[in-house]
Design a protein around this ligand. Structure first.
Ligand code: ARG
Length: 563
């Protein structure tokens, strides 16, 4: 409707383009002032006439329009009153489209998202859960906007720590224990290494030697490393499966080990490398940053070097228009340095295309979380506990529900994801079970329940199908119109969430729709005898269910049909 009014004004005002009109068009503060208002002050200057007179002239030039109930001149403003039924119809039609919410803005463009990325031989902890959940949601959001998205798991699977682990395994470990206890055993070996190395520094030399063997392609070293990696991946993939999430590439740090030489040569050719205490660095003092370490004294490369190589590889392989990195905010400096070095290497696209997406800490205060291993917390345990708790509630409230296990998984996981994505990324998340699993608050289960309710209402009218004639008069009451107004906001919300890399905008939106739906449902009986009334209201129920499910999908949350 807004566009139609812009077109009307464009046609009837001389010397002003649609692009100039658009930002001036306002939504009046009170409904009795119309649906849109256009101020004529600016025209007064160019036309050298009083704004009231200009408003009057435009009104007369426009004349009668079928979608407008009336146009009024109020001081310097032209107030537009949209014909209610036309308005309601236009909103229903907008929200009906199969691809409502999607767009073509990303067509032909690729975005890389680097997220999750746990460190091999270490537990997948709650921080990794956040990057996984946020990254996955960004993947869904950008896909919705037409982008091709490469989901990249940049595993921490290379570095001196693996030398230590091999030493510890050879000295104190056993094949059986690693096979049986997996990551927990590897972590114990790692801890033991550090304890023993405090008393015996030669262990550190041994560890370095093993890592050098790894870097040189030594078969024995690499086969132990690969085994540790396989064992870790089995556990990570269990977590991804519970979450219902996947990746396109498991290209971790080790993938770039033969690609760092090129970077070092490039840096050196461009005169960017300096030597400091035997190590090679890029000086970043001019940018108020600590120097970026590129190569250690012993010739080994580090995390940052592999990140530089990864950017070259991804640019060449995927030709991305953006590469996003979802990690905790403690890596802010690391990414600022890496991005700056890439820019200094002559890639002027770097500041625009490389984006660090930081998030706040997760605190587990007040939540009693099970853990296998002292205070080491595994994300998998939290997910399982959420599912278990939902199952308990369902056993109590709805014991005969078919397919309970799968429903409990969707609701339990949905609760965790929603809670994680309900605030701005940068805010810390404090985790309390009663808050996460509450069915009435602003939570995942509550959002899913809105969809389930719509599905159940629709089941009560098996002869209804969306798409027939709708009597718009029936749904032009306040609560119905308010619900429609929420529904049609969806595409704009998706766009903004993408622009700001903020999935929370979508979770907030879902709650707003849920609340508007409640009000609509309390004020209007849906399943009534009068078929015209029933079908019009059923259409709103249908649209609400469809959009809530679609929006939750963008967060990575699946909707059960019943719960
Ligand atoms: N493995 C790292 C961690 O657990 C995250 C890696 C992020 N991605 C990257 N390209 N540096 O903290």
């Amino acid at each position: 409707m807004k566009q139609q009014i812009i077109d009307l004004l464009d046609k009837n005002i001389e010397g002003m383009t649609a692009a100039e009109i658009e930002p001036l068009l306002e939504v009046p503060p009170k409904p009795d002032m119309g649906d849109f208002a256009f101020p004529c002050f600016r025209l007064a200057k160019t036309m050298k006439k009083a704004p009231q007179m200009i408003a009057q002239d435009i009104k007369e030039a426009i004349g009668e329009v079928d979608f407008l109930e009336k146009i009024e001149v109020a001081g310097a403003y032209l107030n537009f009153y949209i014909d209610k039924l036309t308005y309601v119809r236009s909103m229903v039609e907008a929200a009906s489209g199969e691809d409502f919410g999607s767009s073509k803005e990303g067509e032909g463009k690729t975005i890389c998202i680097d997220y999750s990325s746990p460190n091999v031989a270490k537990n997948f902890h709650v921080g990794h859960l956040r990057t996984t959940i946020i990254g996955n949601s960004l993947y869904k959001i950008f896909s919705k906007l037409g982008y091709k998205v490469e989901r990249i798991n940049h595993l921490g699977d290379w570095g001196t720590q693996f030398g230590k682990l091999i030493v510890a395994y050879k000295k104190w470990g056993s094949k059986e224990a690693v096979e049986e206890k997996g990551i927990a055993e590897l972590m114990e070996l790692y801890v033991r290494f550090h304890k023993e190395a405090e008393a015996d520094d030669s262990l550190n030399d041994e560890a370095r030697a093993w890592f050098v063997r790894m870097e040189q392609g030594d078969e024995e070293a690499l086969s132990i490393w690969q085994w540790f990696k396989d064992i870790s991946l089995v556990e990570y993939k269990r977590t991804y499966e519970l979450l219902g999430m996947e990746f396109d590439h498991y290209t971790g740090e080790s993938f770039y080990r033969d690609k760092t030489d090129e970077i070092i040569n490039l840096l050196s050719d461009k005169g960017l490398l300096t030597t400091s205490e035997g190590a090679k660095i890029v000086d970043l003092e001019a940018y108020d940053m600590a120097p970026a370490l590129i190569q250690k004294k012993d010739g080994s490369t580090i995390y940052a070097t592999r990140d530089l190589a990864a950017i070259y590889y991804r640019k060449r392989t995927y030709d991305f228009c953006k590469c996003l990195y979802v990690t905790g905010q403690e890596q802010k400096l690391h990414f600022a340095q890496v991005f700056k070095v890439i820019e200094l290497m002559g890639n002027e696209w770097a500041p625009e295309q490389l984006v660090h997406i930081p998030y706040g800490l997760v605190s587990l205060e007040g939540a009693k979380l099970s853990s296998r291993n002292g205070n080491i917390i595994y994300a998998e345990d939290i997910l399982k506990e959420a599912i278990g708790k939902i199952k308990e509630i369902m056993d109590e409230k709805n014991p005969d529900l078919p397919g309970k296990d799968e429903i409990a998984r969707k609701v339990g996981i949905g609760a965790i994801i929603f809670h994680d994505l309900y605030n701005q990324r940068i805010k810390d998340v404090s985790f309390k079970w009663e808050q996460v699993l509450n069915f009435d608050g602003e939570t995942g289960p509550y959002a899913q329940y809105t969809y389930v309710r719509c599905a159940s209402i629709l089941r009560q009218a098996p002869d209804f199908s969306f798409g027939g004639d709708i009597d718009y008069e029936v749904i032009s009451d306040g609560a119905s119109v308010d619900l429609l107004k929420e529904l049609v906001r969806y595409p704009e919300v998706v766009k903004q969430a993408a622009e700001k890399f903020e999935p929370f905008m979508i979770s907030r939106y879902v709650i707003a729709v849920a609340q508007a739906f409640n009000k609509f449902y309390n004020e209007n009986r849906v399943n009534v005898d009068d078929k015209k009334v029933r079908d019009a209201r059923m259409s709103l129920v249908y649209l609400t269910g469809k959009i809530v499910k679609d929006a939750l999908e963008l967060l990575g949350i699946e909707c059960p049909e019943r719960m």
